[in-house]
Design a protein around this ligand. Structure first.
Ligand SMILES: Nc1ncnc2c1ncn2[C@@H]1O[C@H](COP(=O)(O)OP(=O)(O)OP(=O)(O)O)[C@@H](O)[C@H]1O
Ligand SMILES: [Mg+2]
Length: 431
């Protein structure tokens, strides 16, 4: 027995499983038969009339048809899962397989909450994941232990690739957003949207050239721009990545270290003033109802400002950045920075370690991935070096969940950026 979970030879209860697995179909067939049998009392044409009425109802009421089909499909998927669990010998000590407590249809497959019989646990199930995927004819099977009760596991059966060539941004259709609300930052491998809450967090994005850092930044800048209460400060070492947002930004700095330092000094003054106001009103942090609004500092090509140029300028820049990242949280200041390689020679560790959220886009090595996500993640199987170089915009996001999640960020074309920037400009003026 692959799982080594039972000493007794388990016998699959064929009859009971078959009846239980086909219960919906049996109920529907029996119900139809009963109705037709009763309808003979209406005369010889009774069954024909009742059958015609049933067909008519199903034709006229597509929602009933859809519901029936949905349940029939769910039942079929459950039967397949049960068969796969038996065939792969995922069996507990009492000779039974895990029980499906809940199931949901994912955009790319199915997700089940399973209650495990005695003798099984998440790690044992994980060992059978590949075998289960093959038995189910799926692309992948993922197992996640319930964080609150180890008797339960979440099993995702992934049937298709959740990451398209290009993921359309939902922001293209949005008139206004609130950055205090969770921001949809991409989709996960199960095809479901992944959101992050930016207030009180800072985000560091790293990855090899062309991996999609600036594209990921554009989602955050677009969302910030569409919130008229948000102040935007943009620093762009390449000048061309964020220049489209100049009209909606309070400050825009291109490849100029001195100007960048000036802007950070202004931002530090703003931060200090906000703390004075908070202290005067005996509050500890800003909240969504405060009129000042969040202040988002976005830095693309962070390495440009921390390397080269005059020593005292880059040291001042580093110190200002450290101050903003470490003290900005309660004052509503959010720092989002992107750089190719945040190694300690480029981004001092005393700054890097302050970023609570990390996004590691494709990297050339597991070491580089660990530099972004933090030591030890690659050894646990979360390495951005394993990302297919052909799929741009995919990365491991380490945010609210506490464990890196593979996500794909949406892509905003130059035209879409222009449309959003114009809309944001109008919104801000009317506000
Ligand atoms: N999420 C995405 N969806 C689709 N294509 C993407 C995505 N992200 C990036 N790309 C493609 O990859 C290209 C490079 O992306 P981007 O400019 O964001 O890379 P980068 O990591 O900022 O590179 P560099 O370090 O050179 O600045 C884009 O022009 C686009 O064609
Ligand atoms: Mg870039």
């Amino acid at each position: 027995m692959p799982n080594g979970t039972s000493s007794a030879s388990p016998r699959r209860p064929w009859m009971a499983t078959a009846i239980w697995g086909w219960r919906l179909e049996l109920f529907l067939s029996f119900g139809t038969f009963l109705v037709l049998a009763v309808s003979t009392s209406l005369g010889s044409s009774g069954p024909l009339l009742v059958a015609a009425a049933m067909v008519l109802v199903l034709r006229q009421r597509p929602e009933i048809r859809r519901q029936l089909l949905h349940h029939v499909r769910i039942n079929r998927d459950h039967r397949r899962l049960h068969a796969a669990l038996w065939n792969c010998m995922v069996i507990g000590r009492n000779g039974s397989i895990p029980k499906v407590v809940r199931s949901a249809v994912l955009p790319v497959g199915q997700r089940y909450l399973l209650e495990l019989p005695i003798g099984l646990h998440a790690q044992l199930l994980e060992r059978s994941a590949l075998e289960l995927a093959a038995a189910l004819g799926a692309r992948e099977v993922r197992v996640k232990a319930s964080p609150v009760n180890t008797r339960y596991v979440e099993l995702a059966v992934i049937r298709s690739n959740a990451f398209p060539n290009v993921l359309r941004s939902p922001l293209v259709d949005r008139i206004e957003v609130s950055l205090w609300e969770p921001l949809t930052f991409g989709v996960g491998q199960d095809g479901l949207a992944i959101s992050i809450g930016l207030p009180e967090h800072n985000l560091l994005i790293g990855g090899e050239p062309g991996s999609g850092k600036s594209v990921a930044l554009s989602t955050i800048v677009a969302a910030s721009a569409l919130d008229p209460s948000v102040h935007l400060t943009l620093l762009d070492g390449k000048h061309v990545e964020l220049v489209a947002w100049t009209d909606v930004a309070d400050e825009f700095v291109g490849a100029n270290q001195d100007e960048a330092v000036e802007v950070l000094e202004e931002l530090r003054t703003i931060m200090d003033l906000r703390y004075e106001t908070l202290a005067a009103t005996r509050k500890r942090k800003m909240v969504s109802t405060d009129v000042e609004g969040l202040h988002v500092l976005v830095i693309d090509e962070l390495a440009f400002y921390l390397r080269g140029g005059k020593k005292e300028t880059r040291e001042l820049f580093a110190e200002l950045l450290r101050d903003l990242v470490s003290r900005g949280r309660a004052a509503g200041i959010i720092v989002i920075a992107a750089t190719q390689k945040p190694s300690h020679e480029i981004v001092p560790t005393w700054i890097r370690d302050l970023f609570s959220f990390r996004l590691a886009m494709r990297c050339t090595s597991s070491d580089a991935s660990d530099t972004i996500l933090g030591q030890g993640w690659a050894a646990q199987g979360f390495s951005a070096a394993s990302i297919d170089p052909a799929t741009r915009g995919v990365g491991y996001l380490l945010a609210e969940g506490g464990v890196p999640t593979l996500i794909m960020t949406p892509y905003l074309s130059d035209d879409e950026i222009e449309v959003i920037a114009d809309r944001a400009f109008e919104q801000r003026h009317s506000a």
